[in-house]
Design a protein around this ligand. Structure first.
Ligand code: AKG
Length: 238
């Protein structure tokens, strides 16, 4: 699959692009695979979110991380030629997988406060790849993006509202920023720049899941950097 010039321009100008249907034939099987894996019990690095909201269903279905280290299917999907190819076109380098995650987001589950991925992973360029496994719309806590926010550079972090976010840290959001929700179908893929502000709100439904497969890639020529004081999630003042 090759991107059009318009898709590449959209990524560069807005910090993200959605490519429809890339994983359409895989979404159902992936849900089955990860639900079975989740039912096996705890996995290394599980994140159920802050404990101040004990009834958050994310505690029962915590987000998995770096499954590609111990699960062959994840390794296969995360290096699927379409993802690698598109990521490579967008960062103009050979992509290297650096992280995988599976966010279950059951009915009622909290979202993740708005942030820049480089407030977590200090390597540049960095590209996030978010694969919708279920239909994702406003009521299930779809992905929220702030178009063009990659142009702000790395921003400061501040405490997040943990009544709606399972993480306790977020980006300081510039005043003129406009939040846009992305409606996505199973198998649609969002590619986004490591500095583009994004996140999600609570799954407000009682009967729908919002599962997503998330990969992060750096380029072979990407470089590590040190975030200035106050701009990395680890700098959040207690
Ligand atoms: O899936 C979400 O709601 C947020 C995921 C996210 O922000 C991320 O993977 O960096």
């Amino acid at each position: 699959m090759r991107l059009t010039e318009q898709q590449i321009n959209q990524y560069n100008a807005f910090g993200f692009v959605v490519i429809c249907g890339v994983f359409e034939s895989l979404a159902v099987g992936m849900i089955e695979h990860y639900m079975k894996m989740r039912a096996e019990g705890p996995k290394p690095g599980d994140t159920g979110g802050t404990m101040d909201v004990p009834n958050d269903p994310n505690h029962e279905f915590p987000r998995m991380i770096n499954m590609h280290d111990w699960d062959q299917s994840t390794q296969y999907w995360a290096t699927a030629s379409d993802l690698i190819h598109i990521a490579g076109e967008l960062i103009d380098d050979k992509p290297v997988l650096c992280q995988t995650m599976l966010y279950f987001k059951p009915p009622g589950g909290r979202g993740q406060a708005l942030h820049q991925d480089q407030q977590y992973i200090t390597i540049d360029p960095l590209i996030g790849v978010w694969v919708a496994l279920d239909e994702s719309d406003q009521s299930v806590g779809q992905m929220i993006v702030i178009p063009k926010s990659h142009q702000y550079g790395l921003l400061e972090v501040e405490p997040a509202d943990t009544s709606v976010s399972f993480t306790n840290v977020q980006s300081v959001i510039p005043q003129d920023a406009e939040q846009v929700g992305l409606d996505m179908e199973p198998g649609d893929v969002l590619f986004f720049d490591g500095k583009m502000i994004h996140g999600s709100y609570r799954n407000a439904t009682t009967d729908r899941w919002r599962r997503s497969f998330i990969c992060h890639y750096i380029g072979e020529n990407s470089q590590s950097f040190v975030a200035s004081q106050g701009k990395h999630v680890s700098h959040l003042k207690a």
